[in-house]
Design a protein around this ligand. Structure first.
Ligand code: SAH
Length: 620
């Protein structure tokens, strides 16, 4: 993903470590993160080392800890799960003498450790077998190359390479010119004894029969261009694509990507085809495709009238291969789909074209790093651009550092959502940030509303309506408040916003009465605003008519933030002067209880009725 930040976060726990981190930053980019109280002049400060490391690791950020390896291992061990996705982690001794790639050797840690060791004049302690001695990572070919091999075979090959065997490489004749220096020295003349053989084949055609005893590397230098009618059956497009790949005589791995016109970026069949082939789907505007007109084998006036370019499948395949590409399979078609294949001279390491735009609607939780989901952190890290209310972006400042951000004042919600959708509509990966859960009194519903509204009725553009929307849930204020005090929402509960900006006052009162009649635990969001302070009193009076004056009430302000304040009260002692805009007010039901623990804490909970159940006499 293009927005993903690949510069390291340098984590320093001492002034000496920070000095070393600054030296590294000067060469490698990134920022210096310093432990508050120990490091004065960091770019980003933190107080809880473990939480800070976990937040950045979960977000996919490369981490260089200027500290004991053990500190990094202990902090990150609970998160280790998926080798293919996790960012590299490197430990550097404070005096620069040792550099240890701990995690993600082949996802950048070895390379990063070597760079750091070169800067510091120390040693990179590389431990991944296939890199030893040769610097070649058989399991991580360069961009644009694909490895096809059974896992067992790869393991054996890695072991043989580590033991000093050099690969004997067979290249299919059509690829004789391709650059394979990345494989390092090969066993040119002296054939290895049979037991140590390490055979490698480089081929892209299906004709080249797979050898079960050889690693097969396929350069991905072909592109498949596709077109299809709206709601084309994914199976129809997939079958045609396979037929075209067969027509070209290629292995599937030879295809670098699926390409088409941007009008189709949300077409399920195209996204499904890209997933099936394990490649990205990329798109071009009609204007970009029209530039390919002189090279088209089958230009069509009808297609031009419909989409504004004389071809889609051929034009997209050619656009992706660049000016030196050639059409190898001209347009093939079925009732609802077209496909064509082109070839570039070199493997396509960088993906040409634009991806389908993505809008991640993210709830970051109340504020504390540990209360933000790994998914939310990852999506923030992957985003190319962040949009939100300034205060929320401040809460994720370390993750947002260095990313373009667009802030809007509180209240400009529609403008904010519209802006985020339109930016994503241009092919970007945008994150729209809300506090708590984005679907609860926040931007989630507004995004859906804008997508649901026709463009002429003040909806968003057609391009914006094609973006992929990902909704990442977060911990909402009521959950945070209930957890802090015990389990006040332990049984049936509801949430009511007391903001009468968008909801008529009478409706709010009607809902409070219904909640009172239903004996729900209630969470009041937006309990007061600068100019509206009467509804909370009215609500309290309604509730006092239905539940005891002693009902537990929690006034919870700034949850998960440094200024967090919990004020336990009862229904009759709920005083509106203790409530402000950054507060959620939880009111117990008639069943909610309060007690104190040995250490003097007040606890509120709402029983689920188990106690009553236990005393029941079984009837059968
Ligand atoms: N999407 C948010 C709610 C936004 S509405 C969520 O799911 O939590 C804004 C209201 O939410 C505030 O007036 C307050 O009532 C509540 N709120 C949001 N964050 C809070 C926090 N950290 N502490 C206390 N209340 C909070």
């Amino acid at each position: 993903m293009t927005g993903e930040r690949n510069t390291p976060a340098f984590i320093a726990l001492t002034a000496r470590g920070a000095a070393l981190a600054r030296r590294l930053k000067a060469e490698l980019g990134g920022e210096v993160h310093g432990l508050t109280g120990r490091v004065d002049d960091a770019d980003i400060d933190f107080t809880d080392t473990g939480a800070h490391l976990r937040a950045h690791f979960a977000a996919g950020r490369p981490i260089v800890g200027i500290c004991a390896a053990g500190i990094l291992i202990r902090a990150l061990a609970p998160l280790l799960a998926d080798k293919a996705k996790e960012p590299p982690v490197v430990a550097v001794a404070e005096d620069g003498s040792a550099v240890v790639p701990l995690i993600g050797g082949h996802r950048g840690a070895n390379a990063l450790a070597r760079q750091i060791a070169a800067i510091l004049g120390g040693d990179a302690a590389i431990t991944t077998a296939s890199d030893l001695g040769t610097g070649v990572a058989l399991d991580a070919p360069p961009p644009g190359w694909r490895l096809v091999a059974a896992p067992d075979l790869l393991k054996t090959a890695l072991a043989r390479m580590a033991a000093g065997s050099r690969p004997s490489v067979t290249v299919s004749p059509d690829l004789a010119e391709i650059d394979r220096d990345w494989l390092g020295p090969t066993a040119a003349d002296e054939a290895s004894p049979d037991a140590d053989r390490l055979d490698i084949i480089i081929a892209e055609t299906a004709a080249h029969a797979a050898d079960p005893d050889a690693l097969l590397y396929v350069p991905a230098r072909h592109t498949i261009g596709v077109g299809c009618a709206r709601h084309c059956d994914p199976a129809e497009l997939a079958a045609l694509a396979k037929q075209a790949i067969g027509e070209a005589g290629l292995r599937r791995e030879a295809i670098a990507g699926v390409f088409s016109i941007d009008l189709k970026s949300d077409e399920a069949a195209m996204q499904a085809l890209a997933r099936e082939l394990g490649v990205p789907a990329r798109f071009y505007s009609a204007g970009e495709l029209e530039a390919e007109l002189p090279r088209l084998a089958n230009p069509s006036e009808a297609v031009f009238r419909e989409v504004g370019s004389h071809g889609v499948a051929e034009a997209a395949a050619l656009a992706a291969t660049g000016p030196d590409g050639q059409l190898v399979v001209p347009k093939m078609k079925t009732a609802n789909a077209t496909a064509a294949i082109a070839r570039a001279p070199l493997p396509l390491g960088d993906q040409p074209g634009r991806p389908r735009g993505q809008l991640a609607v993210i709830g970051i939780g109340p504020g504390a790093d540990d209360w933000r989901t790994p998914e939310a952190s990852r999506l923030i890290n992957e985003a190319q651009e962040l949009v939100g209310y300034g205060h929320y972006l401040d809460l994720i400042a370390p993750l947002a550092a260095g990313k373009p951000t667009k802030t809007f004042p509180l209240g400009a919600e529609e403008e904010r959502s519209r802006y985020a959708l339109e930016r994503a509509g241009e092919g970007r990966n945008v994150a729209l940030i809300s506090s708590g859960d984005a679907g609860i009194y926040a931007m989630g519903a507004l995004v859906m509303e804008l997508l649901d509204r026709p463009e002429r009725e003040n909806g968003v553009s057609a391009a914006a309506r094609r973006v992929e929307v990902v909704n990442a849930p977060g911990i909402t204020a009521l959950q945070a408040a209930s957890a802090r005090i015990g389990a006040l929402v332990g049984h049936d509960f509801c949430a009511i916003s007391l903001s009468d900006l968008l909801t008529p006052r009478d409706d709010i009162i009607a809902r409070v009465k219904a909640a009172a009649a239903g004996d729900f635990v209630i969470a009041f969001y937006n309990p007061v605003s600068a100019r509206r302070r009467t509804l909370l009193n009215a609500a309290r009076d309604i509730l006092l008519g239905q539940r005891p004056a002693e009902t537990p009430v929690l006034i919870a302000a700034n949850l998960g933030r440094a200024e967090e304040k919990l004020t336990p009260r009862t229904l009759s002692s709920l005083n509106i002067d203790e409530v402000d805009m950054l507060t959620v007010v939880l009111i117990g039901s008639s069943q909610s209880r309060a007690f104190s623990t040995g250490d003097g804490q007040t606890r509120f909970y709402t029983p689920r009725g188990y106690a009553a159940k236990q005393s029941m006499v079984p009837t059968s």
